[in-house]
Design a protein around this ligand. Structure first.
Ligand SMILES: [Fe+2]
Length: 307
């Protein structure tokens, strides 16, 4: 039902989400080839960085909707491909998933704040994620706006980090279990086979450097381009200085008071700008299945560099 703040566009109903992004309801996928509708949605994506679509179902719809925002690329890690490599399955099952202890509780499907593909020199521009099998409780997906994170930095820090690069590697196990800069740590009870596969071939991924500050091409707005998971150090700094800066920036970039946590309902699809936001998964009961599907929207990011 539309609220007082709803805006009825030509072919959908728009509402603000708390803290980041908008929701789009009443959109019919049959209308998706309409050029005017595609432009409206694309412009919203650039302005808001996050769109929650309501009432859309199925993998074909997921792919069709994703193509409004760009060409698709294959998911970077083949361990989670479906029959269509453009669609990745994010799965947790009690027997086979990465089962962990967090705050004294057993959970599955938890992921700390991150940007997808930051361990490559060309992260995807964005993606759409949908929940195929929901747990009975929890299982949220969180988002934080990296533009706001930049805007809220003290001026001297903005100046200091402007020319700097952060260095990343793909070791998720280290990032989950032994985060060094203020992220929460988990204790593993059981690893997923896919996670161990990636871990065993981690040396085939070179370290990469990304600028700490990037600019949105369409608007000139700046973003704090820091991914707390996978970050190792600041290029050109000694360990003490680098660790000190990251111990300040990581808690700032992941302030829970600025996060929008989405709890899934049937028919939800969430589009996020992967350059502009961090995301996380809050975890779900360890004895329940959680199954998500997501796409990777190709970007034109040319700022990453392999070391
Ligand atoms: Fe992710």
């Amino acid at each position: 039902m539309a609220t007082a703040t709803s805006v009825k566009q030509q072919k959908f109903t728009l509402n603000k989400l708390p803290r980041m992004g908008v929701s789009v309801a009443d959109l019919k996928i049959e209308d998706i080839d309409d050029p005017e509708l595609r432009k409206q949605l694309y412009d919203l994506y650039v302005q808001e960085g996050l769109i929650l679509f309501k009432g859309l179902f199925g993998r074909d719809t997921l792919v069709k909707l994703s193509r409004v925002f760009g060409d698709l690329q294959d998911a970077p890690l083949s361990e989670w491909h479906t029959e269509n490599p453009e669609v990745m399955e994010v799965r947790y099952a009690p027997e086979t998933g990465w089962r962990m202890e967090l705050n004294g509780k057993e959970v599955g499907g938890w992921q700390p704040w991150h940007t997808d593909g930051v361990y490559t020199k060309t992260p995807n521009r964005g993606g759409i994620i949908t929940c195929v099998k929901m747990p009975s409780e929890e299982g949220g997906t969180g988002f934080i706006d990296k533009m706001e994170s930049y805007d809220l930095l003290p001026e001297d820090i903005k100046e200091k980090i402007d020319p700097l690069y952060a260095i990343y590697n793909i070791d998720a196990i280290e990032g989950f279990e032994r985060p060094r800069f203020g992220q929460q740590a988990i204790k593993t009870i059981h690893y997923a086979e896919e996670t161990l596969n990636v871990y065993n071939r981690r040396h085939t991924f070179p370290e990469v450097a990304h600028p700490l500050v990037i600019t949105q091409a369409e608007t000139g707005r700046k973003m704090l381009n820091l991914c707390p998971l996978f970050v190792q150090r600041i290029e050109g700094m000694d360990k003490e200085e680098s660790d000190g800066l990251l111990r300040f920036l990581v808690p700032h970039a992941t302030d829970p008071n600025r996060a929008y946590i989405h709890y899934w309902e049937p028919g939800d699809m969430v589009l996020w700008d992967n350059y502009r936001s961090l995301h996380c998964a809050t975890g779900a009961p360890a004895d329940e299945v959680r199954l998500m599907e997501k796409t990777f929207i190709l970007g034109d990011y040319k700022l990453g560099r392999e070391l």
